[in-house]
Design a protein around this ligand. Structure first.
Ligand SMILES: CSC[C@H]1O[C@H](OP(=O)(O)O)[C@H](O)[C@@H]1O
Length: 367
């Protein structure tokens, strides 16, 4: 997508061939800072510390991390060490393991002398595939927005609620949940987005709002707890969120608070869609609540908040008593029964084992 009119992706090989460049998302919306990753550890730190985040972008960054590792040492031992080092960064987004497995499998068959070039080529391919996959998610999701638009008075916007950031900043480009929104906006369909701020890291307030503003998409940032009220009063036509891992049975793991939004949607008869690429499906799991590992992050993300003063200084301040402990679960799991459907690059899929298997041409594994 564009930033101040200039096309960007979230990750790309440096022009001088000396590294991989990323947008450091920790500084948005206050500053646009591009940083260069030179080593596999740079990539691991960028994922762990959320300079890059979002399941597909985590996967692409890990793939480039493996390439940087091969540049330093293409031996079998280092291949395995790099895999484990990157895998240990964050536990929930399945795209991390998906990308690492794909790269390790590909490199295992290569002579060490060929691994650096092969790894960078595959990382670039993974990035390019992500862009096209997300564009297709938008194409299919657009049909849902078009259907609702037809039922509304002329000029009235389709009101869409989203949670966290499943935008182009969470992927290499387009985003997952935002791709249908961007494509509807670009076709002149009036849309308005309710942007959950998404405590505690405020990916919605800081990233989704910034993205939508850059693209001219009408939106409003809302407290996480406002969505149910808006749904009760008919202000939400549909919800579209992303996911970090979805089971073969359609249970959806996403940023903490998604489950509560799905419950409110279910109670108010609001369609609740989840946008995802096939790479975010964990075909080995069927019970998301029981089996998906939920990342617990530093309590400081809850006890402190970062913002920019009116004078322009970016500061982090404490918002809780020093004596009060805090607990920081990063994700929750929405059972498939609360999901209207899954928007994928293959089309709109039922959130069922049979629906996903059919969409992705897979034999149904026994539960
Ligand atoms: C398209 S994946 C987006 C997904 O990732 C976010 O988590 P995080 O910012 O912690 O990486 C959030 O769950 C989004 O829905």
């Amino acid at each position: 997508m564009k930033i101040d009119g200039t096309p960007y992706r979230t990750i790309w090989p440096a022009a001088d061939g000396q590294g991989v460049e990323i947008i450091d998302q920790r500084l948005l919306p206050h500053a646009l800072q591009i940083i260069t990753l030179h080593t596999v550890d740079d990539a691991a730190v960028a994922i762990r510390d959320m300079a890059v985040r979002g399941a597909p972008l985590i996967g692409a960054t890990a793939a480039y991390g493996m390439a940087l590792a091969m540049r330093a040492d293409a031996g079998d031992r280092h291949l395995g060490e790099a895999y484990q080092h990157l895998l240990a960064t964050r536990p929930t987004a399945i795209n991390l393991r998906w990308a690492l497995d794909r790269v390790r499998t590909h490199l295992a068959d290569e002579a060490p002398t060929m691994r650096e070039e092969a790894a960078f080529a595959l990382a670039a391919q993974i990035a390019d595939e992500d862009v096209e996959t997300n564009r297709l998610i938008g194409v299919h999701g657009l049909t849902l927005i078009e259907q609702i638009a037809k039922s509304k008075p002329e000029g009235q916007p389709v009101n869409i609620l989203t949670h966290c950031n499943a935008g182009w900043l969470a992927t290499v480009d387009w985003g997952t949940a935002t791709s249908p929104i961007y494509q509807a906006h670009e076709r002149g369909i009036p849309v308005h987005v309710w942007v959950d701020e998404t405590r505690p890291r405020n990916q919605g307030a800081a990233l989704t709002a910034w993205e939508l503003g850059q693209h001219g998409v009408p939106h409003a940032v809302i407290p996480d707890n406002a969505g149910g009220h808006l749904m009760q009063h008919g202000a939400v036509d549909l919800c579209i969120v992303g996911t970090d891992r979805t089971t073969a049975a359609g249970d959806v793991c996403n940023k903490i608070g998604t489950y509560l939004k799905a419950l409110a949607a279910y109670d108010n008869g609001v369609p609740f869609y989840v946008a995802l690429p096939g790479s975010t499906i964990d075909w080995t799991l069927h019970n998301g609540v029981a089996d998906i590992p939920i990342e617990q992050r530093d309590a400081r993300e809850v006890t402190h908040i970062t913002g920019r003063t009116d004078a322009g200084a970016v500061e982090t301040v404490r918002i809780t008593p020093e004596t009060s402990p805090a607990v920081n679960y990063g994700f929750d799991v929405t059972p498939a029964r609360l999901v209207t459907a899954l928007i994928t690059e293959r089309g709109i899929c039922p959130a069922t084992q049979q629906g996903l298997a059919s969409c992705f041409g897979r034999a149904q594994a026994a539960e």
